[in-house]
Design a protein. Sequence first.
Length: 607
Amino acid sequence: MLIEAGKLRRDQLEHALEMQKTMGGLIGSVLVELGLISDGDLSATLASSLGLELIDLNRLGAVDPDAAHFIPEAIARRHKLIGVRFDKSKPDRKTPDRVVVAMSDPSDFMALDSIRAATNMEPVPAVATRAQIADALQTAYLESPLSLEEAVGELKDFKVETPSDKLEGDDFARLKSEAGLAPVVRFVNSMLFEAARMKASDIHIEPQEHHLRCRFRIDGELRVVAPPPKELQAAIISRIKIISALDIAERRLPQDGRLKIRFLGRNIDVRVSTMPTVHGEKVVLRLLDQSATTLNLDDLGFEEETVTAMRRIIQSPHGIVLLCGPTGCGKSTTLYSFVRELNLANVNIVTVEDPVEYRIEGVNQTHVRPQIGLTFANCLRTILRQDPDVVMVGEIRDLETLEVAVRASLTGHIVFSTLHTNTAVSSVTRMVNMGLQPYLIAATLNAALSQRLVRKVCKACGKQTTLQPLAREALERCLGQEIDFDVVQKVGCPECGYTGYKGRVAVNELFEPNEAIRDLIGHGGDEHAIEEAAKAAGMKFLIDNAWRKLKAGVTTVEEVLSLGFQRAEDAAALTRDRKKGDTQELIFDNEDKPEGQTLDFDANPPG
């Protein structure tokens, strides 16, 4: 089956069979150990050949803790399996009589007999990868942290000697002691665990005048979670500082630190930033989960045409490739994908970043330290003496860095970097405003890729809806595209936290100057003229890509419009209303408005 699927060659199988004679074990395990197939390929083939369910244990809620603990730990660890849920042999049964068990070797009948004898239930084998089962076992049979609500409830019963807003210099020894007390430690651990479980990208702890606010950023949106007591503000922040190797006595200046957490077998890097405010120190923790963030160009949500063009562009021997967009739009992830694509044994890649977010084996990565003079520009000058083939600059912030990057591209290097602009074409205007001569831009700019992130509608609850005629007409004026299809509408369910969305996908536009556009840039052409020339050359803009995502049912009208698209004087004014309650129908309000009608949306999920 592996050979028929193109996952394995016959000569590789023959080699593995020879190795099996000395290594022992099942042939599937030997193939994985030799690196000829992946653990996932083996599991998928086993499940298909035996007609069993293939379970992704990394999926949220895949393992029922009660089912996991129902099987004795000794049996689970010895046979490398885990209970995932209870099941009924017949739909009309009142109570479950079977337990579904994830196994890497579902033909292990001794394991099934052991479960049957120990639980008096019939085991139903399913297939999962060995790595996922190992991670699930590690999580299931360790003491689970308290839920965030339980940890906050425990803090409410905990009294401190000195409230946070009355700390004096002599109180820091006592504060350090309070930061190490069990309820405070459990709250911080639970907060990190909950954020990792909910796949949050950031945790915000924000002191207010009379309370302490705690928020998670999930799919780009901030959500308020259970807040700890204001009295424990200093103790909680000090605990975070201690585990991040920061100075708890310094509250007047910003500080930056790092820590690591382990969640479901995955190592997550956490960047910690503190900043003084009028009500105390604000702390932001950014969670960087490399295993959850794909660094493969094929998996970023770009269309095949864009991926093919980018692969061609980054193979250029010299020039500058820019990633454009606001903060948090995924520029760094795409930049790292370029680096990973070119990370070969015969290529010398050097990066300068602030900070290094993802560490890639085989790439020479440098962290800037402006306080000691190690700036982007200074690092770049040194890099050019390190015989690089590819140079990545985390961000171009000033003319000095831009000029060194241009010099590097002119001397035979390919340079990747990011620039804060709204569109790909406006990167030219931005560089001119920074002070770079237009002829240098024309000579060195290979491409500029602008991107945004839009939330994907939840597959579990999203539903198709038909736009009303007037609403369709207004949207067509806004997007400049004909909408002759039904659109997907968010609803909200437990799977997506009642938001209607789950995950995000990139919307992008690729600006690749041709000779005519380079000539226009070199002669100081304005942004509008460059954009018209790019359009005539066949460039697809953000609005076009967003329309295709809408047509494919990936995202909603509200998410597309949140990108801020407007088409000249035909753009409709968009507002929010709840006239239809939970039905969330797209309606058109014509009351006393013969012109400039308003398109109303209900952006809030029911419940």
